[in-house]
Design a protein around this ligand. Structure first.
Ligand code: GLN
Length: 305
């Protein structure tokens, strides 16, 4: 299969959708992007790379960062992590408060905001003031790229406007499911969301999930095979919030989206993929990104189903 040709076909076929959807302007600094941008990268386990569009241009990874924090927390706490955050789909928007109260401050999964905030809190308990630098070092390691940083303007913009996330963390604190100071945890969470990466770096960073927890062509085990399997399962069932079923239905791969417009996806034992296009559908997932991945699995028959 010539993946470069596949990418070229996809780029043509998504063209009519490029002006559909809306960028995530609820975080003011995220509105300052080139709205019709598009990039897509594929990296195979053997190291072959294929890219198209603006694949060298960094964007805010937002909720894709939740894959990295989940990985780190699972490595530290193992199954105990699930006492504080579940592994079931929520069926609700990523920033919903409703379920969290009647489920007594235990978020459904680590990929909705509440669950990611608990996951980050668990890292703050372990790494204290070094939490963010530990996370950033981890991301540089799995991406094999030193040139990754967070964007201060996006971080500050979310800190000034993230009332819903403050509501979520305060609700969980009231149920004793946040161990550290809320301000420290929420700032770490907003910082992780404002990390800037391009599709090439993000694709590389997901290869351990396509390769049983080990960075391909190294002996570097990031997590156990069993845990890699769990992370992929949670990505498939929860990675797109209340559109996770729809993503499985149309794309059929473990995936994780972010409101910055990125989506990462994993083809087990084969490759990782990342697509970027900042306009979102009503569930907060990249509209063109979802379409591009659907075209990809249709053309290549690489859906897991
Ligand atoms: N930083 C965003 C928020 O908390 C992340 C949401 C997302 O990417 N889905 O609202």
């Amino acid at each position: 299969m010539n993946y470069q040709t596949v990418l070229e076909e996809i780029k043509e076929e998504i063209r009519p959708y490029l002006n559909k959807g809306t960028v995530a302007n609820y975080i003011p600094a995220l509105a300052n992007v080139a709205e019709d941008d598009f990039a897509m990268s594929i990296i195979e386990i053997d190291g072959s790379e294929h890219h198209i569009g603006s694949y060298k241009k960094p964007f805010s990874i937002q909720s894709i960062s939740k894959v990295f924090t989940f990985t780190l927390a699972l490595d530290i706490y193992g199954k105990d992590l699930y006492k504080r955050v579940g592994h079931e789909p929520s069926g609700n928007p990523f920033n919903s408060l409703i379920q969290l109260e009647y489920e007594k401050g235990i978020p459904r999964n680590p990929f909705i905001n509440a669950g990611a905030i608990v996951t980050t809190d668990s890292l703050v308990s372990k790494y204290k003031e070094n939490t963010f630098s530990t996370l950033l070092e981890f991301i540089k390691k799995v991406s094999n790229d030193e040139n990754i940083a967070f964007n201060k303007e996006i971080f500050k913009s979310e800190l000034e406007s993230g009332y819903r996330n403050f509501a979520l963390i305060n609700m969980m604190k009231s149920f004793n499911n946040i161990e550290n100071h809320t301000q420290e945890v929420i700032e770490t969470y907003f910082k992780q969301c404002s990390i800037m990466m391009n599709t090439k770096q993000l694709t590389k960073s997901m290869l351990y999930l396509a390769n049983h927890g080990v960075i391909p062509n190294t002996n570097s085990e990031i997590i156990t095979q069993a845990q890699a399997k769990r992370i992929n399962a949670v990505m498939l069932t929860c990675g797109h919030y209340d559109a996770s079923g729809d993503f499985a239905f149309h794309v059929g791969l473990p995936g994780k989206s972010g409101v910055g417009g990125g989506i990462v996806a994993v083809v087990p034992q084969k490759m990782a993929i990342c697509v970027y296009s900042p306009r979102l559908n009503k569930h907060g997932n990249s509209l063109v990104g979802t379409k591009a991945l659907e075209l990809f699995t249709t053309k290549t028959r690489l859906s897991i189903f």
